[in-house]
Each structure stands twice: as structure tokens, then as C-alpha cells.
Design a protein around this ligand. Structure first.
Ligand code: SF4
Length: 437
């Protein structure tokens, strides 16, 4: 693959349907069944676009929804069932066809692919409309397969020099492209910030952690069922369409900070630990570098649930700083995750508890919760109760009560309020006892 823009698979539909530029006109497409196609694009209409095709010497003119995959077009519009529909996720190979002699999976939606050779090039490239960075791809590619996200262009940033984990000003800088598994197992992370290591290892599966990056972990999107079901209304996926979860099944949804527009939760475990440790996100954009305190990185839904973070569209996350001051919690921190199955699931409730205990007294406490809000939820009222108190269960219970004040559940997720209290007490107890990664 070249470092400059390259033609991605399913380029056929991108060029003939989406772009409407006709730049692919005249290219030939051969299915395994020997179908030969030539295509030319017409100017786009509101919801469908007109295309002309030449398949096995036969010309076709038709209008299609731009989201139509090449596979569906061949099978359903042109009645060419020789190309099979298998997993419909670009994995099984049943939909393989040949375009100008190249094998492609025809079931996926069209997009262009660019590999960035420098941070500057990446920032420039992502400024184009409907363009996304591609790092580990463990969430984005799923979203594309489900038609939840349909970027016209992916900017692959995997070759950028952002993979290192280095000491900086007494703390650690986690490279944005360091893999989650490398971060969790890094000696200095485990020694100084075991909470981060524990949280990462509580998330996903080993395979996913090996692929997922730190920056991508911050950018992952909610796992709300209705967000992934494109037949359902969802203000996050399609602003103004409504919220399927409000009247639907809301077991995994928010009990803090929700709005009438969206009650989704943030799915990350790592981010809960980063919130408790008051990490700082380093970003780079056209105007240069800036930092974002972790508490300000993710947003509550309010009236714009489609916007998850305060990262600008043309900014690149370059690293995450763990402050030196937060290493005081290394001996007394614990990440507790409560989920429906132990092997692989998102948190119903999670707690990142970090205590600085001196002579049995809590000098400073940090608490953050996951699975309860649209962003990692810092329990500052509970922290105030813990500070300067003895590290004992009665204090933990009072803190837990304070932490859950203001929680509002639905009929399906009200259980999270009591679960949250119990999880807080348990996490604080384990942290106080000095358990670490
Ligand atoms: Fe969409 Fe948010 Fe409602 Fe889920 S909770 S359906 S993400 S708007």
C-alpha cells in the first residue's frame, strides 16, 4: 500500500455512486461468475444517485441509495446471484469479486483510504468532510460494518511515531498509538498507576486489547443497543430522530447526567481510571498543540448527543499524561467492574478507587465511576467525605451514599443505584487493603 491515498475495496460504489465524479467510469469489474462491468456516475439526487453500469457487455442505468453495497446492487438490482451473501461483514469471503483483476469483498460500504506519513499530513487529511482517523479500528470498523458510521475517507495513522510510553515531568506519557495491552503491561504503568493497568485489563478481550490503541480507547462510542440498530431512532446516530432507549430497554443506560435526547453510557474502562487520576489529553491541530484536562474531554449528551468529546474534528490525540501527583495512589487503588458476564462485557457499574492513606487516615481520595453516565463520572462529593477520615467501612458507606445522590434510574436500570453503592464500598475496601495490579 502506498503512503499517498490509495483506492480501497468497494471503490466501485464510492466512485460511481457517492462521489458522483465519474472518476472510476470505464473501469472493469469481474465477478467470480465472470460478470464484466463498466460504470459511470451521474449527478447525485437528494436520497438516491443515478449510475450507469456495464456488466458482461450489458448496459444498466438505475438509481440507488448511496449506502447500497456493491454486493446488494449486483444481487438485488441486477439479479446476479452468483456473488454470495455470507457474513455480510467483510470477513467470510463469500462475497468476493474481482475489480480490474483485484479481489475485493463486495458486502462492505465504500470509502477511500489514506495512510498518513506524518502528524501534519494526518491533521490535514482529516480536515476533509466525513473523514475519520483509523488506528486500531476495533470500534470504528464495527460501526462501519453495521452502517452506523459511513465515513467517506479513512486516514490510517498507525505509522505515526506515537507508540511510546515515556517518563515526563515525574509522570508518564502514554503514546496515543500505544496498544492497550502494551500500556497495561508496561512496568512503569503497573508500578506507578496500577489503576490504569487494572482498568485496561478489565476491558474487552486480549485480542482486542492487542489491537486497540490508547487514543482509540478515548474515542470509542457508546454500546447502546439502539445506536447500533439502524432501524431504530437514535439522536446520537441521527440527530433529531429520537431516542429508542427512552421508551425501550435501558438496562445498560445512564443514571447520571442523562438528557431527554440521550441516556447512553460511555463504554470505556480505561477512561474511568484516567478520570480518577486526573490525566491530561495532549492533542495537535492546525493551530498547534493544546492539552485537555480529562474531566473536560468527554461531554454529557445535553441537546447534542452526537458529539461525544470536545476534541475538534481536525485534531489528533498525540498522548495521555499521567501526572506525577497521581502516583501517590499506587499502593491503594483498585478498579472494580461489575458486568453481566465475567469473560467479556461492558460495565453495568464500575468504580475506580484511589486512596492516599497515611497512618490509617485518608489523606486524599479519588473516585470515578463507569457504566453510569455519558462520560466517566467523577464522584467528587464522595471524595470530600473520604478526605481526612479513617479508612474504614463506615466511612466508605457514607461516601457511597453521597456518590449516588442524584442518580435517576429507569424501570430497567434502577438497580444500578444500589449496585453502585455496594461496588463503591467494595472497591474502597479493597483499595484500602492495598491490593494492586
Ligand atoms: Fe441513541 Fe443515546 Fe438514545 Fe441510545 S440512548 S438510542 S445512543 S440517543
Amino acid at each position: 500500500m502506498q503512503d499517498s491515498e490509495s483506492i480501497a475495496r468497494r471503490e466501485f460504489l464510492k466512485t460511481s455512486v457517492l462521489a458522483g465524479s465519474g472518476i472510476f467510469a470505464g473501469s472493469r469489474l469481474l465477478t467470480d461468475g465472470g460478470h464484466e462491468v463498466q460504470a459511470a456516475a451521474q449527478p447525485a439526487a437528494a436520497d438516491t444517485v443515478a449510475i450507469r453500469l456495464r456488466v458482461n457487455g450489458t448496459n444498466y442505468g438505475l438509481r440507488v441509495d448511496p449506502r447500497t453495497s456493491l454486493l446488494d446492487l449486483l444481487r438485488e438490482k441486477l439479479d446476479l446471484p452468483g456473488t454470495k451473501k455470507g457474513c455480510n461483514h467483510g470477513q467470510c469471503g463469500a462475497c468476493t469479486i474481482l475489480v480490474d483483476g483485484r479481489r475485493i469483498n463486495s458486502c462492505l460500504g465504500p470509502f477511500a483510504y489514506t495512510r498518513a506519513a506524518s502528524q501534519q499530513a494526518a491533521i490535514q487529511a482529516v480536515a476533509q468532510d466525513n473523514t475519520k482517523f483509523l488506528a486500531g479500528g476495533t470500534n470504528l470498523i464495527d460501526l462501519m460494518k453495521e452502517n452506523v458510521e459511513q465515513p467517506s475517507r479513512l486516514v490510517d495513522i498507525n505509522r505515526l511515531e506515537l507508540t511510546r510510553i515515556v517518563e515526563r515531568e515525574g509522570g508518564l506519557r502514554l503514546g496515543a498509538l500505544a496498544k492497550n495491552s502494551d500500556t497495561a503491561n508496561h512496568r512503569l504503568v503497573r508500578e506507578r498507576y496500577p489503576l490504569v493497568s487494572q482498568a485496561i485489563l478489565a476491558g474487552a478481550s486480549p485480542q482486542l486489547r492487542n489491537a486497540a490503541t490508547n487514543g482509540g480507547n478515548l474515542m470509542q462510542r457508546t454500546r447502546c443497543y439502539y445506536f447500533y440498530d439502524v432501524t431504530m431512532p437514535c439522536n446520537k446516530r441521527q440527530p433529531g430522530s429520537g431516542c429508542g432507549a427512552l421508551e425501550g430497554f435501558s438496562r445498560i443506560h445512564a443514571i447520571f447526567g442523562a438528557s431527554r435526547q440521550c441516556i447512553a453510557t460511555h463504554p470505556s474502562d480505561m477512561c474511568v481510571a484516567l478520570a480518577a487520576l486526573e490525566a491530561v489529553v495532549n492533542v495537535e491541530g492546525p493551530q498547534g498543540a493544546r492539552t485537555i484536562p480529562f474531566a473536560d474531554f468527554h461531554r454529557l449528551p445535553d441537546d447534542t448527543p452526537q458529539i461525544d468529546t470536545n476534541l475538534k474534528r481536525d485534531e489528533l490525540i498525540t498522548g495521555i499524561d499521567l501526572p506525577a501527583a497521581s502516583s501517590v495512589f499506587s499502593s491503594h487503588s483498585y478498579y472494580l467492574k461489575v458486568r453481566d458476564r465475567a469473560s467479556y462485557a461492558f460495565a453495568l457499574v464500575s468504580v475506580a478507587a484511589a486512596l492516599d492513606i497515611r497512618n490509617g487516615v485518608i489523606h486524599q481520595a479519588r473516585l470515578a465511576m463507569g457504566g453510569v453516565a455519558h462520560k466517566p463520572w467523577r464522584a467528587t462529593a464522595a471524595e470530600q467525605i473520604l478526605n481526612r477520615q479513617r479508612a474504614e467501612e463506615s466511612v466508605f458507606r457514607r461516601a457511597a451514599e453521597a456518590a449516588m445522590q442524584g442518580a435517576e434510574g429507569t424501570e430497567h436500570n434502577r438497580f444500578k443505584i444500589e449496585l453502585g453503592k455496594r461496588a463503591l464500598v467494595r472497591a474502597l475496601t479493597i483499595a484500602a487493603n492495598g491490593r494492586s495490579a
